[in-house]
Design a binder for this molecule. Structure first.
Ligand code: HEM
Length: 222
């Protein structure tokens, strides 16, 4: 009972947001690996995708992913609402607090960048997971590589994806370091290092994801 009450408290909410956020980040690393295989050509890309799709554990893994997304979103919106009602009028002036403060453009816009990422994920699933199904003539497996080429030869999609990756980078910039500290994974004296590390990781993820549509568009992936 006490544990349940604790999870509903502000501290509990922070811990749940941190845990689900880091787990989603783990998914992104695996997903990035799969997508970077596109640089090795269609066989590697499609084979990896086929191994994932045909694995019997894919359904429980996808249900787990949906549960993580939903919990993260519900808790984030609840937290935003609570903070709003605790301080109904917005700050007149927003100033960086200096030193090891974690206040930044990223930290003050988390709800908006988060909702933009949600919108991106819905569009992304429609384009790829539930998009046109091409079949590889040799293996008979789904040809996701061909879909990748189709989509990212359209300049609008490339620009949209690169913008989405910038927003995801912004969300991760605050999210990674904030989650690390909420869960108390590293000592308090490492605040600056955690902030810098979070920022570097977020930039790296955004750049590596954004490189894929750009590389397809300019014929590096073909
Ligand atoms: C250039 C960047 C990206 C490319 C090329 C890409 C490509 C793909 C492809 C081909 C699939 C379908 C896989 C299948 O049907 O099994 C997929 C699924 C998915 N992608 Fe991405 N993706 C990218 C970035 C992202 C990002 C940044 C996110 C999250 C913020 C994301 C979230 C997802 C999710 C949740 C799925 C469904 C996974 C599942 O149900 O198994 N993707 N992506």
């Amino acid at each position: 009972m006490r544990a349940l009450r604790m999870l509903g408290s502000s501290v509990g909410t922070k811990i749940i947001l941190a845990f689900t956020g880091l787990a989603l980040f783990g998914f992104l690393i695996v997903h990035l690996y799969g997508n970077l295989l596109a640089f090795l050509g269609p066989a590697s890309y499609n084979e990896h995708a086929h191994e994932l799709i045909s694995n019997p554990l894919i359904i429980p893994a996808e249900l787990g992913l949906v549960a993580l997304f939903l919990t993260h979103i519900v808790k984030a919106i609840g937290n935003f609402g609570k903070n709003r009602s605790a301080r109904p009028q917005a700050y007149g002036v927003k100033k960086w607090a200096g030193g090891p403060s974690r206040k930044s453009l990223a930290s003050t816009t988390m709800i908006f960048s988060g909702l933009a990422v949600l919108l991106f994920v819905v569009i992304h699933l429609k384009l790829f997971k539930y998009g046109p199904v091409y079949t590889d003539a040799v293996t008979g497996n789904r040809d996701l590589f061909r879909l990748l080429l189709d989509d990212f030869h359209k300049p609008g999609y490339v620009v949209g994806y690169v913008l989405a990756m910038l927003i995801i980078g912004l969300h991760l910039r605050h999210g990674i370091s904030s989650a690390t500290q909420s869960l108390g994974i590293v000592p308090e004296s490492w605040t600056m290092q955690v902030l810098r590390g979070g920022m570097a990781l977020a930039m790296l993820m955004a750049i590596l994801f954004a490189i894929i549509p750009i590389a397809v568009y300019f014929g590096v992936i073909r």
